[in-house]
Design a binder for this molecule. Sequence first.
Ligand SMILES: Cc1ncc(COP(=O)(O)O)c(C=O)c1O
Length: 456
Amino acid sequence: MKITARQEALLKRTFIDYQQLTEFLRDPLVVERAQGVYYWDTEGKRYFDAIGGIFVATLGHGHPRLLDAMRKQMEKMTFAPPLHGIADVTLDFIERLGTVTPGNLKYVKGFSGGSEATESAMKFVRQYFKQMGHPGKYKFISRYYGYHGGTAGAMAASGTGSRKTKFEPQMPGFVKVFPPTHYRDQFASWEECNRFAAQAVEDVIIAEDPETVAGFMVEPVGNTGGIITPTAEYFRMLREICDRHNVVLIFDEIITGFGKTGHMFAAQTYGVTPDIICCGKGLSSGMMPIGAMIAREDMAEAFWGAASDDVQFAHGHTFAGNPLSAAVGIAVINEIIENRLDEKAVRMGERLKARLEGLRKYGVVREVRGKGVLLGVELVKDTRTLAPFPELGMALKKATLRNGLILRVDPSWFAVSPALVASDDELDEMCQLIEKSFAAALEQASVTAANPTVAV
Ligand SMILES: Cc1ncc(COP(=O)(O)O)c(C=O)c1O
């Protein structure tokens, strides 16, 4: 899109997440309005939002039920005094969220975003073990390619190389293992590969000394590694391994939560209950900043103490459990449950997956994977040699914007996750835009790969 001189000057006074500014300014995007599955830029051009902003707008943009819930709460109270008490609507939120979580994950602490949730979960687990007579348990194991947030602790748990190395040294006490995709070409079957990757987690816990390991944090479907989708057995094995070594299993469901994978949480899709779930994004549908840490009720009891001692969770954030966010969270959950949007995600996902599989005819798709409406397509230069084709991902990002489509595109894969409210016609429109952009990008990328000096 074309931007004004004023917009350009102002863009130079901020930064766009994980984007190089000069590159961004070659093809900028300044949005002004959103409704349902669409955004409009300041020139009036419409974009299909195939990724809910960034896995956020679960119910689309501007959902009337959510606006109504916000309006009602706004009239009453928009901020509660965090050091003195809690809003009644935040208690309602705790109750409602607790009705849709697996197992006895009923302890809920509301936050303003995903990084606050993962960061808090790690502090919670460290303090939990100190209070449970295991003060030496402090390390967290997580996976290469994983992303758990942009704050210091969450980043230390993340395994996204270039997003981290600029800020090294990272916090100590974090250990990484590889997700199953890393080993897949070494095994005859995906199942076998998953077994190996899960067993590697136990090997690392033992090598580190289980008395030093506090938790294992994992995204049930890993976005930044290219929609890494392990088997259910992988998670069952992780559950058993964590139980054997008294290690807290933390699912980072900041992307996978709230219906996308076919259940409220991916934990239910995989049939494995972790000890802690961190969530955010989809719980807001983009209305208010929100996040939450949901833990086993008995873990929380370790923080009650007696009135005379100093046992408390030594943690807080000013906007945590904000009343407006709580009102939105309740309304999002109600809308998903009442309209069975989690079940709809499975049907939508089947339709969408079939369309994405259709891209195989271009000869550059290695795999289409994911759960429900959280799907990813892995790109290669040639499906026999499996050589990487970064030019394709780079060209695709530009082609999608040109064609009025917002996707999550990485050089070697792209992800799709439309709103659960999208109609069949809207899904078809989105798929047409994806294919149109894909074909254009492939043409461009083939030219660029043959002549690297040509700019895309
Ligand atoms: C899996 C995962 N965890 C944590 C986060 C951090 O959430 P936030 O950006 O809301 O702090 C993200 C954000 O993209 C995420 O994708």
